[in-house]
Design a binder for this molecule. Structure first.
Ligand code: NAD
Length: 496
């Protein structure tokens, strides 16, 4: 493992440094307090950046309101063309953008290159849907015509988290822009850099003011939610932030999309292909992509009692084999946690589980890790009951717990016993059972004999407190539109 106390930290931002806030088409220093952005991988200072403050937000909203109607009037083909060009430019800068994210959020470079291309793919996907912003006609008597069109909402905001900084920044501006809105994007205060670089690369493709990128923390997010000039807020974030967004937007009746957290179950049945299920449980944790900091990570395995010991041993071996290291090194299979708070939170969960009598079958809060940075080895927790804290709370880190079950009803009670319901994964060779469980498990996305993968156009989102609405599909674009109904009555004098 690299010891950064004796070797130069790998990876560099090169000559690039953020120019400040991107407000209404203009780069300006934010009026808020200066924020130091450090790498969670090695502690180095990446940038110092004043946050955007209320007056910056007001300027961004005013510029967006002015520019939005012209953008909408350009029509679907021109908007698609601009978005496709944006995607091409981002792909052409994939290495640079991925290095910014690797250093800023601690995830391995290879995963962040994948993320840049995924963000570009989602932009292309929504570019291809602009002509699907279709309405309907309603039958009428007497030659009248009633029709419904989809109108953009106007100025909308997207608040995104730290775990896929660039991918979410790119992907989440795409649907509202495709629908003809102006967008104010707020990346996480922990990982603001790649969104700012994205604005440098693509903003000239849109009328000035159509895209603003403002960086700052919860205060700025709250100001966005309360702003009367913003029609909608889409959040990718935690459940408590989802509640704050709903409360903050209540006075202005904001349209709201929420993609929130999960404590997702991976169920291994008696008849499962065990090797595949074990590999699926490792894959489902997204260790190499985000050190387990994925909303969809299947972070609780429920395995039939007959396979419990075997599955625990095999998962422990797989976790122990993961090569932890600096995200910019090619040898690294899992990087650092993205923030100090996340690191302390995840370690705290592991320490409390151990103190409560759980067996730590791999990793652990004090397992050896690189000398600097927020590293935590993939940790496997077993010999607990379903009431254990670790089996109920989202850790958002490389921590997996394993629970045995005896009969299906008991297992379903555990799976559905939480207020969360984002994803689930079922491993069985029995088609009837697979169908029955997909119908009974309370989750927005269920894989059978797979985990983790998203598919373009397939709705993604949660039930219960895991969110409101569906994304990565046509419905996401429609969420940034509203129906307008028109009835035309023929003029009798003209003979109609
Ligand atoms: P977070 O909720 O702390 O922050 C998300 C964004 O909201 C950030 O930009 C943040 O600055 C902003 N924010 C924070 N407090 C706010 C407030 N009071 N008002 C308005 N905005 C506010 O989330 P995080 O810690 O960055 O990310 C981790 C969480 O995100 C996890 O719970 C994870 O499950 C969830 N997540 C969900 C999805 C999904 O698609 N469902 C995807 C990724 C992450």
């Amino acid at each position: 493992m690299p010891d950064q106390s004796t070797t130069a930290a790998p990876g560099t931002l090169g000559a690039w440094a953020p120019k400040g806030q991107f407000v209404g088409g203009v780069w300006a220093q934010g009026a808020g307090a200066a924020r130091a952005v450090h790498s969670p991988a090695d502690g180095r200072l990446l940038a110092t950046l004043p946050d955007a403050a209320a007056q910056d937000l007001d300027r961004a909203v005013a510029a967006a309101a002015q520019a939005q109607k012209g953008w909408a009037l350009q029509g679907p083909v021109a908007r698609a063309r601009a978005l496709k060009e944006a995607a091409a430019r981002l792909r052409a800068h994939a290495d640079e953008l991925a290095m910014i994210d690797a250093l800023d959020c601690g995830n391995p470079l290879t995963g962040m290159i994948f993320d840049v291309n995924l963000g570009a793919t989602l932009i292309e996907f929504f570019a291809g849907l602009t002509t699907e912003l279709k309405g309907e006609t309603i039958p009428q008597a007497g030659g009248k015509l009633t029709f419904v069109t989809r109108q953009p909402l106007g100025v909308v905001a997207r608040l995104v988290p730290f775990n896929h900084p660039f991918m979410f920044a790119a992907a989440k501006i795409a649907a509202p822009l495709a629908a003809g809105n102006a967008v104010i994007l707020k990346p996480s205060e922990e990982t603001p850099l790649s969104a700012l670089r994205m604005a440098e690369l693509i903003a000239d493709l849109f009328p000035e003011g159509v895209l603003s990128v403002l960086t700052g923390g919860a205060d700025l997010g709250a100001a966005i939610c309360a702003h009367p000039g913003i029609a909608a807020v889409g959040l990718i974030g935690s459940v408590p932030t989802g509640r704050a967004v709903l409360r903050g937007g209540a006075d202005t009746l904001k349209r709201t999309q929420l993609e929130l957290g999960g404590k997702n179950a991976l169920v291994i049945c008696e008849d499962a292909d065990l090797d595949a299920a074990i590999a699926g449980a490792v894959k489902g944790m997204n260790l190499g992509w985000t050190a387990g900091q994925s909303c969809g990570s299947t972070s609780r395995v429920l395995v039939h009692k007959s396979h419990y010991a075997h599955v625990v041993n095999a998962l422990a071996q797989a976790f122990d084999a993961v090569q932890l290291g600096h995200p910019a090194l090619a040898s690294t299979q899992m990087g650092a946690l993205s923030t100090r708070a996340q690191y302390e939170k995840a370690r705290g969960f592991v320490q409390r589980a151990a103190a409560a009598g759980a067996r730590i079958a791999a990793g652990g809060a004090d397992a050896p890790v690189p000398a600097q940075g927020y590293y935590l080895r993939p940790t496997l927790i077993c010999d607990i009951g379903p009431e254990a804290e670790i089996a109920n709370q989202e850790v958002f880190g490389p921590v997996l717990c394993v629970l045995p079950w005896q009969d299906e009803a008991e297992m379903l009670g555990i799976v559905n016993g939480l207020d969360l319901g984002l994803t689930a994964s079922i491993w069985t060779k029995d088609l009837d059972r697979a169908l029955r469980l997909t119908q009974q498990i309370e989750a927005g996305y269920v894989w059978v004999n797979d985990a983790s993968d998203h598919y373009l156009g397939a709705p993604f989102g949660g039930v219960k407190q895991s969110g409101l609405g569906r994304e990565e599909c046509l419905e996401e674009m429609f969420a940034y539109t509203e129906a307008k109904t028109v009835t035309l009555v023929p003029n009798a004098a003209s003979g109609g």
